[in-house]
Design a protein around this ligand. Structure first.
Ligand code: GAL
Length: 673
């Protein structure tokens, strides 16, 4: 998809592509690197250059980005003495090793601007200023160290640090946000730069679909250049898809569409893409004045302002702004009259003729927008299944005991989303606790979702949500006289990616308690019993490492609405070369693979609140992600992206692991054009 995406970026009037580097994707095990396929960032940067664009490389290597663990490899977590993003030798050593490696790969390939390559800016760390206070003096030392380490690479390309108002020279501090016109860099010699202009917002399972109006996005950009801005980057211009288990959060969806100018499938989103293209073209008509001119601001009334850029040779460029959130206005400027809609900026490259207003969006789309039709829909055939082993059928060699509850990230190091916990509890009928076996099970978990089994029968499911990963499970269960087995299957839904010390936010059942409550509130605490553990599902081990041990059953009556089941189906891709999408609306929660590539976690059953959609959407006034949302009371993500390059002409294979129950025979594929 890269060449086409880059071409749309170039056509949309962009000059540079900004990208993060994802440490945990490139170094999944310590000193085992992966730069193949879609992780070939050198090839990506070369493709950017071939497409006629510059590149901005945000190495981080902490990146946030709604990406699993903010891009940090989970193996860092278990290195003795490790403290992340602070003045800690173990962390600094790992961060410097990776940063140097990435930098020398770029230098060896001649990718830096002075070598004739596309890379004009580099970033170290990411928004450390937002969390630095938490780390006290050690944070300040770490910041200085990170800047010094970057400078010591002698890149001869400027370095930036975003959201870092105390960035040490020669680092340039830059702004991230929905608006950055009020931002001022911390040095008079630093240009005013905006690394992230959020074009929309990300989605979490259980949330609505955010939209940032094109009028407001264009307004924020025009205001920035009106007020002396020099560099503005859209975050995201194309957000795409977080395939596999790369989405963070927890609870970030697989789609990272972001309401961006290029949608999840790489098509221009109209009218946003076209409106911004016109804006870029208007700005470029006064490029000389913006770059070499001096600026003068003139008030034209309340909330009304003219900004005049002028060079010594008389080249001009003007902006007229109306920052009022409700009142349209008519102003007189240089003897001419202009009407300025509320919350808008007008651009006059010659300071006379208005050629662009941020609130006037073209009505007719100028190019295609992703649309789907039923015309080319295909379905699945030859569906076979395999029941996942509930704890008792797990091979004993895969189990290990501990006389306490174990935190999931430390124990499983994210090898799988899943971790099993099981323990035994003995009750007798003459125990005052007994209550006919009808007791309450309470599990205090750090998240993110939990299935409960009692004596191998499914007895409940509960989950947290975005911003509240931890939750309490509390439901009645039935015990039998004698020994009972309580089995808990904890699943993560993407590891935390943001916040001070986010890397220490636990997952799984961690400290507990796990308790059962019988007659008269008598409580048995199971937290310190011997628990048996297994990381991952048996099906995951077998299917991906010993497929011979994994048998599929074909039967005329396919089990549907069944918990813990794997499905495999064949399908033909819809004709054509466009991106393919698959409707998983008939499924519950799990993960899906196409021809062996994970297309991500799915959870169509997780619906958004009924009442959080604001209709109609008014673009005027400061945007925030809860403004102009859609899809209330619906599954957050029903459609999943299947890149065309993963599909064959003949039969393709879809594999699903389904936790909650669904009907795979209803799954449908379509194209987007
Ligand atoms: C910023 C961060 C980005 C991304 C964004 C929200 O704070 O730098 O990586 O997480 O927020 O989408």
């Amino acid at each position: 998809m890269w060449p086409k995406l880059i071409e749309y970026a170039k056509d949309g009037g962009l000059d540079a592509i900004e990208t993060y580097i994802f440490w945990n994707a490139h170094e999944p095990q310590r000193r085992q690197y992966n730069f193949e396929g879609r992780l070939d960032f050198v090839k990506f940067l070369k493709t950017v250059q071939e497409g006629g664009l510059y590149a901005v490389v945000r190495i981080g290597p902490y990146v946030c980005a709604e990406w699993n663990y903010g891009g940090l490899p989970v193996w860092l977590h278990n290195i003795p003495g490790m403290e992340i993003r602070t003045n800690n030798d173990a962390f600094k050593y790992e961060m410097a090793t990776f940063t140097r490696k990435i930098f020398s790969m770029m230098e060896d390939e001649g990718l830096l601007a002075w070598q004739g390559g596309p890379v004009i800016l580099l970033q170290i760390e990411n928004e450390y200023g937002n969390v630095m206070q938490q780390y006290g003096n050690a944070g300040k030392e770490y910041l200085k160290w990170a800047a010094g380490m970057a400078v010591s690479l002698n890149a001869s390309v400027p370095w930036i640090m975003c959201q870092q108002s105390d960035a040490p020279a020669p680092m340039i501090n830059t702004c991230n946000g929905f608006y950055c016109h009020d931002f001022e860099p911390n040095s008079p010699t630093s240009p005013k730069m905006w690394t992230e202009n959020w074009t929309g917002w990300f989605k979490a399972f259980g949330s609505t679909n955010p939209h940032r109006p094109a009028e407001d996005l264009a307004y924020s950009v025009a205001r920035f250049f009106q007020t002396g801005g020099t560099f503005q980057n859209y975050y995201m211009y194309h957000g795409g898809t977080n395939f596999g288990r790369t989405a963070g959060g927890p609870f970030i969806t697989t789609s990272y569409d972001y309401d961006a100018p290029l949608d999840e499938y790489g098509q221009p989103r109209q009218p946003k893409w076209g409106h911004l293209r016109n804006l870029h073209s208007a700005l470029k008509q006064m490029e000389k004045a913006l770059i070499y001119g001096t600026r003068q601001n003139v008030s034209l009334g309340n909330d009304l302002e003219a900004s005049i850029y002028k060079t010594e040779d008389g080249t001009t460029g003007c902006f007229l702004s109306n920052t009022n959130t409700a009142l349209d206005a008519t102003v007189t400027f240089n003897g001419n009259s202009y009407s300025l809609p509320a919350w808008s900026v007008t651009i006059l490259p010659d300071c006379v003729n208005s050629i662009y207003n941020t609130a006037q969006v073209p009505v007719a789309p100028q190019t295609v927008t992703s649309k789907q039709t039923k015309d080319d829909e295909t379905g699945v055939e030859n569906v076979v299944w395999h029941k996942e082993s509930i704890f008792y059928n797990i091979r004993s060699k895969d189990l290990f005991p501990a006389k306490k509850l174990l935190e999931q990230i430390t124990t499983a190091a994210d090898r799988s989303d899943y971790m099993w916990y099981t323990t035994g509890v003995h009750v007798t009928e003459d125990d005052s606790f007994w209550n006919q076996g009808r007791v309450i099970l309470r599990v205090n978990t750090s998240g993110h979702s939990l299935h409960v089994f009692v004596n191998s029968e499914h007895a409940g499911f509960a989950y947290g949500g975005y911003g509240h990963g931890a939750f309490n499970f509390e439901q009645p269960i039935n015990l039998k006289p004698g020994k009972n087995y309580i089995t808990l299957l904890s699943a993560t839904v993407g590891l935390q990616n943001y916040g001070p010390l986010f890397e220490l936010v636990p997952a799984g059942i961690n400290t507990g308690p796990v308790e059962i409550v019988g007659s008269n509130n008598a409580t048995k605490d199971l937290s310190r019993k011997v628990w048996l553990y297994k990381i991952g599902l048996r099906g995951e081990d077998d299917l991906f490492t010993n497929p011979k041990d994994f048998t599929w059953t074909s039967a005329s009556d396919l089990p549907v609405n069944t918990l813990f089941i794997w499905y495999k189906a064949e399908f033909r891709a819809p004709n054509g070369s466009e991106s393919v999408i698959v409707n998983l609306g008939s499924m519950g929660k799990g993960q899906a693979w196409i021809n062996g590539e994970s297309i991500g976690r799915y959870w169509p059953l997780y619906t958004s609140p009924e009442d959080e959609c604001s209709e109609p959407c008014d673009y005027r006034g400061p945007y925030n992600p809860s403004k102009c949302t859609t899809q209330c009371g619906e599954g957050t993500q029903i459609w999943y992206h299947v890149p065309r390059s993963w599909l064959n002409e003949g039969l393709n294979t879809l594999v699903l692991f389904e936790e909650l129950g669904g009907n795979p025979s209803q799954i449908k594929f379509r194209t987007v054009h």
